[in-house]
Design a protein around this ligand. Sequence first.
Ligand SMILES: Nc1nc2c(ncn2[C@@H]2O[C@H](COP(=O)(O)OP(=O)(O)OP(=O)(O)O)[C@@H](O)[C@H]2O)c(=O)[nH]1
Ligand SMILES: [Mg+2]
Length: 411
Amino acid sequence: MNVNSLNTLLKVPTGKLEIPESPSNNRTTVNENIHFSLVIPTYQECDNVRSVVRILSELLDEFIPENYELIVVDDDSPDRTWEVARSLIAEYPNLRVMRRQEERGLSSAVIRGWQVARGRVLGVIDGDLQHPPEVLAQLLRGIEKGADLAVASRHVEGGGVSSWSAVRRFLSRGAQTLGLIILPGVLGRVSDPMSGYFMVRRSCVAGVTLNPVGYKILLEVIGRGNVGEIAEVGYVFCERKEGESKVTWKQYVEYLHHLLRLRLTTKQVGQKSSFPIGRFLRFGLVGLSGVFVDMAILYLLSDPTTLALPLTRSKIIAGEIAIFNNFLWNDAWTFADVSQRQQEWHHRLKRLLKFNIICLAGLAINVLVLNLVFNFVIPNRYIANLIAIAVATVWNFWVNLKLSWRVTDVK
Ligand SMILES: Nc1nc2c(ncn2[C@@H]2O[C@H](COP(=O)(O)OP(=O)(O)OP(=O)(O)O)[C@@H](O)[C@H]2O)c(=O)[nH]1
Ligand SMILES: [Mg+2]
């Protein structure tokens, strides 16, 4: 069936960014039973849009013929991407095109597209061919098997990035880590919360006022939607062949803004609100055992009556053994409930590595706070040291709780 009866541009919805409960709320509905609506946000993609529409149409025609629609949402690109897209409608009847002239921004473009969508499943894919279209079939299968949300992920088996620079990898992982600390109940649910390639059941996001900033629409969907089971499919983020990236520093600032806004305005999914005091006490006791281990090894290595090794070398070895001691106790006792769920060796090693890095950062914080307090607040080195130890302990506990001992396998 031809879902695109009018060969014109779609009317841009105004007002709240809210997706209607039922697709038939849209007066323009022709096909009431479309299964899948895929939004393709574009800005300056005139060299890509033709190929994207062709490839996606061929694939979906094979997989769910006549049961899908493609919606290009273009923000009035100066290269007239919207015009190129509109010229394709005659050839691809399942294509619909929106040209936004008032609003700007990737996330709101996606939601405006979903607002006019007629599918029961709503998806998004980049318009620059960086998201491999063949993954769509696996994502749809995930939804058919019962998932509410199916996410294409760079960080599960079969996933990756083709040739990102070390800087971009670092920034991406750094942003994810920061997000896990600020918003663990949202970012902790998927391995690739930055993914811009996913699909969700309409029923999970309908009737909720969405309020995203910037690029990361998936955060908004998980944070504000009512999403139960999540499926993940690995994919490799390809290189751009045509056109230019729109990613600038502004997106990182917007991301931080978005995280904080979600943190302040949503109830965290699956999060206990109270501070886990029992865990913290166990963590503190384990830390104390580490002090004794550290002292004993330092004595054995550096004391003139024992091995008499140089002090710095002895301290580094003693410190590292104490960190290892603490890890073992924390893994077996403080966070036993979490580690029991992920007992494989690679999981344990990953936890050990994270714990080590976080504790080393804790040491840096310890030294910094000691100096700040001693020089500017309380000129007593022992009181200043106690305060520094307290701050570093809370850091070590909280960040390890959020990053090291968390269940990373999404079923
Ligand atoms: N409608 C709309 N689309 C946008 C906007 N910004 C980016 N896009 C589109 O969103 C998709 C992702 O943007 P990109 O700039 O490719 O971002 P990216 O893929 O994370 O980064 P690169 O790897 O550098 O390409 C592309 O299809 C863009 O054309 C916008 O403000 N409005
Ligand atoms: Mg891109």
